[in-house]
Design a protein around this ligand. Structure first.
Ligand code: ASC
Length: 127
């Protein structure tokens, strides 16, 4: 899939950047600093569900490095669990945003943010 390890690092960083963009742009809505446009949120979350699947195949054996701690490979089971928890949280965000219910969206959005942070705290190098 990746000819060189650097290409895997680039791919996971690029896909994470897109996830951060499509997730982060909804933060003002969740914080009630911007109006809740249910259709716009649902459309954005649709994109996010696709993006959320992308990074994980770019953490294969031999691609250690970048911003990722060695623990992502030495604790492969924990890392897999953390990424599965994230995609499960994204799936719940999709259900919530499709419902058009603001409070359901807000709670599910917060849970996705927690799963981002849990995985970053454990497996991403300090900046
Ligand atoms: C973001 C982003 C993250 C998460 C995290 C949530 O927008 O880039 O890594 O949210 O900060 O706690």
């Amino acid at each position: 899939q990746f000819a060189k390890p650097e290409q895997a690092v680039d791919y996971r960083q690029a896909s994470m950047a897109l996830i951060g963009s499509h997730f982060g742009r909804m933060a003002p809505v969740a914080k009630k600093e911007a109006p809740y446009d249910a259709a716009a949120i649902a459309k954005n979350v649709e994109v996010l569900t696709v993006l959320a699947a992308l990074p994980w195949s770019a953490f294969g054996a031999g691609t250690e490095g970048g911003e990722t701690k060695a623990e992502a490979w030495s604790d492969a089971q924990g890392f897999k669990q953390a990424t599965d928890d994230f995609t499960a949280a994204i799936d719940k965000l999709k259900v919530a945003s499709d419902s058009g219910d603001f409070d359901a969206f807000r709670v599910a959005f917060g849970n996705v943010g927690k799963s981002c942070k849990t995985c970053h705290d454990a497996y991403r190098k300090e900046k």
